[in-house]
Design a protein. Sequence first.
Length: 95
Amino acid sequence: MKICFQCKKEVTVDALVSRKDVCPFCGTDLRCCLNCRFHYVDSYNQCRESQAERVLDKNRSNYCEYFTFNDSSSSGKSRETNNMARKKLENLFKE
């Protein structure tokens, strides 16, 4: 399931999302960092793909060749897993 970062509605996308593709509900660019599976706020340049070029405007369409539309079901799991790991680490070093 693919979800637009802006309006949070499910969108149907082809395998390849072009720079001109927009959300049919809100008109926001679909091929942008905020919809990419590599976007992660805590990473350097907010991207987990180490070879990707820096993109300043994360909510606008760009030419990044590593763009892969984020699957909403997997993004929730990864964040949940990260939070659990962080809590375990904090508990390990508590006095």
